[in-house]
Design a protein around this ligand. Structure first.
Ligand SMILES: [Zn+2]
Length: 507
């Protein structure tokens, strides 16, 4: 995700504010900005500190109705989200959207492996009406408790068995509010069409799911919509059939995906196809009123992929493109293979657009193909995408790297006191500027510490060795130690977790 912060304004805001953890002025950044990119006032900070102790953010991981099946993975950033004890292997969603501004109706087949004996299958679902549900074609008891959906079969599901839950549901999706997100999330619609923006916990607004990044799964989507509209989703178009005025679009993907990275859009969108490096398919979907001049901004996608391939290794997914929608101007989101980009950002500063596009593209390596298993490790997404953005800005002549490093340093100096350690930010601050700019600065320090050759080998191996998997900060530290043959414990301890910022390595 990128809550856009005009880079010059970041530096100015920090310089002017002299803000510390006890600072008393909330600063709203300019440019497309968000409340999460504001420095908190002292009250908010105090609340966050309390939360860090765990008492106000303890996960609701107790059994549901005494059934003995977990209802949460226990991630303190997203209490209640996901469920332990299950491994979703695939979601096959059949979705009807007669009107992008209206209700949806759907049937999803969820193939699950039971990692423990399950009295019930517990999923996340926000609003909507469950019309019927089965497990392996047999009826189940359906119960709802807040955003928990529980499907209880007649007898427990034995450990290590695979089963298929079929759930039919419908209704008007209600957005989800989450304290860490820069706006409402979930299934969103505008006059030009619908789209989704789900990070971190918005997927439950339109899909019963194990809505936590630790459970990546395969996805396929069949979206049926009026034939005059376009439907697009993650992955490649496998089939398109029109019958009685309705078109069904089937999208498949060969790589696993975290639930928060889903994109499904239906509306007045034009599809634009292009070819990327090595003949890879690029496809964008854009609101129909985007001008020809604005559409030409998308031409740089191939050059960006090519640039990042030289640094990070081959593009890791089936396809890529942007969904340029009338989404809220607060943020762009790296939805897998199909980044959500606000149309307003193609109508503004073209350099800023180029930077954001690079940032979201870099996430396809760092965040999408490889995904942190806990939200507190979000720096593995955002710091990497920020550093990639700096490298692109330097390469494209938008901003010299040393200027970006200087901005990162200013954020890093203040940020750790305000938002918490880079690899363990306070639960409501996972998208704070410190995770972006402060973490980008940490990666630059690592580059100086181990040298260009090993640094970029590390980035390539990190992407290649873990493609399709979940990762942790520990994994990254271990790979760095393996590649360099040195003990980097002190480096990571100091740069990620200490209260004060060390000087850049002088090597
Ligand atoms: Zn991002």
């Amino acid at each position: 995700m990128l809550a856009r912060m005009a880079s010059m304004v970041i530096a100015a805001a920090l310089l002017v504010s002299g803000c510390t953890s006890s600072g008393d002025g909330a600063i709203q950044r300019k440019g497309p900005a968000s409340t999460t990119s504001s420095l908190p006032d002292s009250d908010q900070d105090q609340d966050s500190s309390d939360g860090e102790g765990g008492s106000t953010s303890s996960p609701t991981d107790g059994p549901l109705d005494g059934l003995g099946s977990p209802t949460s993975v226990g991630d303190p950033v997203t209490p209640g989200a996901g469920a332990e004890g299950i491994d979703v292997l695939s979601y096959d969603l059949d979705l009807n959207v007669a009107d992008p501004q209206g209700p949806i109706s759907a049937t999803v087949l969820i193939t699950v492996k039971a990692e423990q004996e399950l009295a019930a299958l517990n999923l996340d679902l926000h609003g909507l009406t469950v019309e019927s549900a089965t497990i392996d074609d047999l009826p189940v008891d359906v119960s709802r408790d807040g955003d928990e959906l529980s499907l209880k079969p007649k007898s427990p599901i034995p450990q290590d068995t695979e089963f298929v839950a079929a759930i039919s549901y419908s209704g008007d999706p209600n957005p989800v509010e989450d304290p860490s997100a820069p706006g409402v999330i979930g299934w969103l619609d505008r006059e030009s069409g619908s789209f989704v923006a789900a990070e971190p916990i918005g997927t439950k607004a339109f899909l019963p799911s194990n809505d936590h990044p630790s459970d990546k799964a395969l996805f396929s989507f069949t979206i049926t919509a009026p034939e005059n509209l376009t439907a697009i989703a993650n992955g490649v178009l496998a089939e398109k059939l029109t019958e009685n005025g309705m078109t069904s679009w089937r999208y498949t993907q060969s790589d696993p995906m975290a639930t928060y990275l889903i994109q499904i859009a239906v509306g007045d969108y034009d599809l634009i196809e292009a070819t990327g490096p090595r003949g890879m398919q690029i496809r964008h979907a854009v609101v129909r009123n985007l001008s020809e001049e604005q559409r030409t901004l998308l031409d740089q996608t191939a050059a960006q992929i090519e640039f990042f391939e030289t640094l990070f290794g081959p593009y890791p997914l089936d396809t890529y493109g942007l969904l340029v929608a009338d989404s809220s101007p607060e943020f762009a989101l790296e939805t897998q293979t199909l980044t959500l980009m606000p149309a307003s950002w193609l109508r503004g500063n073209t350099d800023e657009f180029s930077r954001v596009a690079a940032h979201e593209l870099a996430h396809q390596w760092y965040g999408d193909s490889i995904t942190p298993s806990s939200w507190s490790d979000i720096w593995l997404n955002e710091s990497f995408a920020t550093y990639a953005e700096w490298l692109w800005a330097d390469h494209a002549g938008i901003q010299p790297l040393e200027d970006s490093i200087e901005e990162g340093k200013q954020v890093a100096e203040e940020g750790r006191g305000i938002y918490g350690p880079i690899d363990d930010p306070r639960p409501t601050e996972i998208f704070s500027i410190n995770v972006y700019y402060g973490g980008g600065y940490v990666l630059h320090a690592l580059r100086l510490e181990i040298g260009d050759e090993q640094f970029f080998e590390l980035l390539r191996r990190w992407a290649a060795d873990n493609a399709g998997d979940n990762v942790s900060t520990e994994d990254f530290e271990a790979l760095a130690a393996e590649i360099t043959g040195s003990d980097l414990t002190d480096f990571f301890e100091t740069w990620l977790r200490s209260d004060s910022l060390p000087a850049l390595p002088n090597k």
